[in-house]
Structure formats: C-alpha cells, structure tokens
Design a protein around this ligand. Sequence first.
Ligand SMILES: C[S@@+](CC[C@H](N)C(=O)[O-])C[C@H]1O[C@@H](n2cnc3c(N)ncnc32)[C@H](O)[C@@H]1O
Length: 472
Amino acid sequence: MPAHPDSSPAGSPPPQSLPQSALQSPPLWRQLQLTAQALAAIRAGTSGTAAFEAVEPALRPGVQALGFHVIRWLGRAEALRRHLAKRTPPPAADALLCTALALAWDAAAAPYEPFTLVDQAVEAAKRHSGTRAQASFINACLRRFLRERDELVAITDREPVAQWNHPRWWIERLRRAYPRDWQRVLAANNSHAPMTLRVNRLKTDVPAYLESLVLAGLEGVPVADSGVQLRAPRPVHELPGFGAGLASVQDAAAQLAAPLLLGGLRESLGSDSPLRILDACAAPGGKTAHLLEFGGQGGHAGRGGLEVTAVEVDQQRSRRIGETLARLGLEADIRIGDAARPSSWWDGRLFDGVLLDAPCTASGIVRRHPDVRWLRRESDIEQLALQQAMLLASLWPLVRPGGRLLYCTCSVFLEEGAHQIDAFLAHNTDARLLRSPGHLLPQSGEIARAVRDNPLGDHDGFFYALLEKAPH
Ligand SMILES: C[S@@+](CC[C@H](N)C(=O)[O-])C[C@H]1O[C@@H](n2cnc3c(N)ncnc32)[C@H](O)[C@@H]1O
C-alpha cells in the first residue's frame, strides 16, 4: 500500500452506489469473481488502488463499487464466516465467501437481492478452477446464512470488529483519544465520501461556478472558503471547465491548508516582494496548486504573489505535480528530493512559509480508501511519527525568523498530530503555536449537517498546526 493515498483522486469520483454497468453485463457472477480476487489481493498486502487498477477498464467501475462495499463491511463478513465455518477455507474460496457475506448481510443496504447474490456467488465458485472444489461448501455456508441471518447478525453484533468494521486496535485507540466522539468517527469512516471541488479563484468564483454547475444539470453547495460540494459525484470530464482549470477535486478539510499558511503572513513579515514558499511533501500537487491560487498575483497574499518550491521524494508521483499545475495554468519550481535532507535540493535561501503535509497513516481518509484500515499495522503509527518528527526537525531551520510552518496530516491519531506538535514545541524554544484547529474529525452526511457553524460541511479527518518562528 502506498504510505499516502491521495485524499483527492483526480480522475474518478468516489464509488457510491452501483453504476448501471454493474447491474447489466457482464453477469453478476463474473463481477463477484473479480471483486473476490481484488479482496484476496488486498488481504495479501496490495493497496486497494492497485487491486482495482488490475481489473480491466470496462469492468472496473462496477467491480470497484462492489469492492468498496465489501471492504467497508469486511469485519462483519469475516465474523459471520467464522460462525459459519470453523476452519478457514483456502484464500480464494474465503475471499468469495466473505465477498458474498459482506454484500448480503444487511438486506436493507444490499446492492442486490440476497438470494440473487448467493446464487451468483455459487455460480462464481463453480466457474473458476481456484474455487470449484469449494463450490458446495460455499453453497452450504451461504444457504445457512440466508436461513439464520438475523440470529447470526445478532451474535456478531457482540464483536466490536464486526460491529464497527475496523481492527480492534484502531477502535481502542479512537476510544481512548476521543471518549465522546469515537463512535461518530467510526460511523463516518464507514459512510460514503462526498465529491468536493475547489474553485480556482484566479479564474472564476464560487457563485459563478455554482451557476455553471446548474447549467450543466449538476447541483452543489458552497463549503469552506472556495469549495463546492457536489450533490452527487461525477467523473471530472463532466464538470464544467475542469479541463480549463476552473476547478479541482479536493476535500473541504484539505482546503484549509493554503488559507492557514498564507493568511496574514505577508502583513506579519511586512514584505512587498514575492513570498518564498516551500511545499515539502507535494505530490500530487493539490495543495501546491491551492497555495498558488490563493496567493497568486492579486490574491490573498497581496502584491508580489508567491514563488513556490514543491519537493517530492517519489519521482513518479512528482510528475503528477506538473500535470496538476499545467491544467490550472500555474507554475512552481518542482524538485525531486528527500525533504528531510535539504542539502540535496535547497539553494540555501530561507523560506517565508513552509507547508509540511507529512506522510501519515491516512487514518482520516478511510472513507475514500476503505482498505487502509485493514492494511495498516498499529506499529506503523510509531514509525510514521518518527518520520514526521525528522521532517519537522529538518525543515524548521529553513524557515526565516518571523516566518511560519504549517504542519498537517490526514490522520486522526494523536501521535501524528497533537502529540507530535507538543513534542516539537517542547524542544524548540524559537517556535510558538500560532493557530491550530487541532484534530478535525471526519464529518459525514446528517452528522455534518447537524454540527452548527460547520463551514466545511462533510469532510475528511485532518490535523493542522501553524507554527511561527521567533523574529531575531
Ligand atoms: C500526504 S501526501 C501529500 C499530498 C499533497 N500535499 C497534496 O495535497 O496533493 C505526502 C507526500 O509526501 C511524499 N513524501 C514522503 N516522504 C517524503 C520525503 N522525505 N521527502 C519528500 N516527499 C516525501 C510522498 O511520496 C507523498 O507524495
């Protein structure tokens, strides 16, 4: 799994309900086979992104929609399977059985009639050499499940992993960190993420973009400073002006980075020349672009605009920064290098502002990447926290006196947010915490609407801390 799944996939909307293609051809048994194969790959350590990319393009949307549903309810499916079969069947058969159970266990939310799912899962087993020998066993388990569903679901309700569909260690950590909110966070993680756009305010504005959506037959509501949340996700090529750079896909919480770092920075430095900004972990460039849109000529950063250096350690991912900026008509100095070793890419001139969007567990964006919860190990948190501390320590000397560093992660674990910053402040007396909304917990649907004065609407989990360096 990549250490940092993108919170804003650029090409396709998050799978929500099943597209028509999933209901028609190819037959459901074939789609169940492919979904089970993707699940087996994820269980073997492949990222969800890679597992679904391996499916042939014509079948991918349908299989991915089924797969997201299965991964969201995998804790429940595995618990049911344990009650139905004392011994774990071979991996391919187990993946097919769990796929069918995850899709059928909740009749109200099942994408197909449970009897149809069971018939088609058995057909899928018969038609593949890897599962044929277990077809009768799968049939027996699933028929028993249909007969005893209510009772089996009630039994598995007593197991937290089945109830919340997260690993036990994850549930315990959230319970300790957020004694009042942990259930809300877990429920949000199991919900569908909305598609949120950032309007490019160098080219248009939110009211004008909302109008162009209406003309295109789409609906959205304003969120954050420059955001629009779509009523229903659409492929980006259907969005008005996407190719011309009028809008980008970016979660509402991720849209806080640019205003937090740049708001008031020029005034505080009393400078008229372009602000020198470093985006230290930049690919695929969503926040680099927002910095340039927000602070560009005549923008919020005032006269002089910005000069942005974007650093990325992964060469392949660094190409995506260039693609993102080209579509939006923006420019930055893109460097491939390790942000924790500035000697390999830095020209020695201090920066007015640094954005450190650090690699993290991505525990705040599991709605968009439901596989993350099953692929992560608890020990990853400590390892990533060490990496984050190293990045902070290496980049702080690059901030000019009076300048600012914005630290952020898309994580809800305290070790990657509040605790990280507490430790940094304890060891760096020239740093003060200027502003921090703290850990923004993922909000979803009804819950997000019920939170009063919540300008972000439905958003991912994030952590932000804005640090200021003491003037000379
Ligand atoms: C959370 S993602 C950044 C998302 C990006 N800021 C955006 O908004 O589009 C973190 C990125 O940091 C990169 N990265 C990880 N360690 C790094 C390092 N030591 N130096 C530079 N980049 C690093 C990863 O490859 C990944 O692309």
